[in-house]
Design a binder for this molecule. Structure first.
Ligand SMILES: NC(=O)c1ccc[n+]([C@@H]2O[C@H](COP(=O)([O-])OP(=O)(O)OC[C@H]3O[C@@H](n4cnc5c(N)ncnc54)[C@H](OP(=O)(O)O)[C@@H]3O)[C@@H](O)[C@H]2O)c1
Length: 357
């Protein structure tokens, strides 16, 4: 235990803070986070700053007000610098990565438009790994891949537990026009190839659909997945299954795989697989004031069965997953707080009505 005697001028307190900073895991370490103002990256930058790292974050336009939340994070004033960089601008990427001890490559288009998706995802990833190799200071690169690079395989036996050895089938992604999954699978493959060629220590996190509170002011694609069930835009739910994870766990996973010396390969980042019916059921119970759909759009086929998936590799690194029900609750509260979802009055149950009367 450190006993701190505070002088009138507060010097001892300042000394204690300095001592704490010096023992934090990121003290003296500089890391680059690409796409720093995105949904996942904002939580990652927050966690890295809390752990004492100096962060070089790339954004496409540092003056855009949508990035302002980053500058308000604890530690940002002293240890966060924003760099202007598009993924297709190698010189800009190289300038951001120069002198870094680590790189977190999270930036990527999130769209099913092939023109916008594939090239920045793939070429941008190659540029980031090359920039890390050229810097000669980078100890490890952590790449944010996706479940889209893992499960899109029509020949996968539904009884087999999905683990880090599974890869999406590129032809199947193309034929089904699943350009996001195609782009992410191609980008991850490119990351492994360039890392091998250039001798870079690469570790990959494959998150499933990410939910939980937003730090950024804009609504990202995975938040829309939940928002549409509350704002009346989805009248029915699909006969489909999906794995979910909390954004704070995803940020934590990135930092754990960066800091653990023995971390290697891919890491599936998932809390659990739910049918959409389970999702709307949870949302409807928690927030009965919204028009959450109660009917499935498919009244013909049997209910899709959730597949099995392992998150053991991350559990073995000490990660404790937040239950999806809590994440869904906090997603909605956050959408309300940020003004993306109007606050509606909860209906007072009939039995309470009579008491009030
Ligand atoms: N959310 C999920 O459910 C989920 C699940 C699995 C994997 N992931 C992966 O996680 C990463 C972050 O996703 P997210 O959910 O946090 O999405 P997000 O909020 O949309 O963040 C994506 C970031 O990438 C940046 N970006 C896109 N195209 C770019 C380009 N050409 N050059 C530079 N930056 C570019 C965006 O910058 P601008 O603000 O300038 O557009 C944005 O900051 C992505 O790699 C995504 O594939 C997400």
């Amino acid at each position: 235990m450190t006993v701190v005697v505070v002088d009138d001028d507060g010097t001892a307190a300042a000394g204690a803070v300095q001592q704490q900073q010096q023992t934090s895991p990121g003290h003296g370490q500089t890391v680059c986070v690409t796409g720093a103002a995105g949904y996942i990256a904002s939580w990652l930058v927050k966690l890295l700053l809390e752990r004492g790292y100096t962060v070089k974050g790339t954004v496409r336009n540092p003056d855009d007000p949508k990035n302002a939340h980053l500058k308000k994070l604890d530690g940002a004033g002293d240890r966060l610098v924003l760099y202007k960089a598009d993924l297709l601008d190698y010189d800009a990427i190289r300038a951001a990565v120069a002198g870094c001890h680590g790189v977190f490559h999270t930036a990527s288009p999130v769209t099913d438009d092939p023109e916008q998706m594939v090239e920045p995802a793939v070429r941008g990833t190659e540029y980031v790994i090359k920039a890390a190799a050229d810097a000669c200071t980078v100890r490890r690169v952590v790449f944010t891949s996706s479940i889209g690079a893992v499960t899109m395989d029509p020949n996968r036996n539904p009884d087999v537990v999905v683990d880090e050895s599974c890869w999406s089938d590129l032809e199947y992604c193309k034929n089904t026009k699943n350009w996001y999954c195609y782009g992410k699978a191609m980008a991850e493959q490119a990351a492994w190839d360039v890392a091998k060629e250039r001798g870079i220590d690469l570790v990959v996190v494959n998150p499933v659909l990410v939910v939980g509170p937003l730090l950024q002011p804009t609504v990202n694609a995975s938040a829309v997945h939940i928002l549409k069930y509350l704002d009346g835009s989805a009248k029915k739910y699909a006969n489909a299954v999906q794995a979910y994870v909390d954004v704070r766990n995803v940020a934590d996973a990135h930092v754990r795989v960066f800091e653990a010396p023995g971390a290697t390969g891919r890491y599936l980042c998932a809390e659990r697989v739910l049918h959409r019916e389970d999702v709307v059921h949870i949302l409807g119970k928690l927030f009965p004031e919204y028009p959450v759909p109660t009917r499935c759009s498919d009244e013909v086929n049997p209910r899709k069965q959730p597949y099995k998936m392992t998150n053991m590799k991350l559990q073995n690194l000490g990660l404790q997953f937040i239950p999806v029900k809590d994440s869904l609750y906090e997603t909605v509260k956050s959408l309300q707080e940020k003004g993306h979802l109007p606050l509606l009055n909860k209906e007072i149950p009939a039995e309470l009505n009579s008491v009030i009367a």
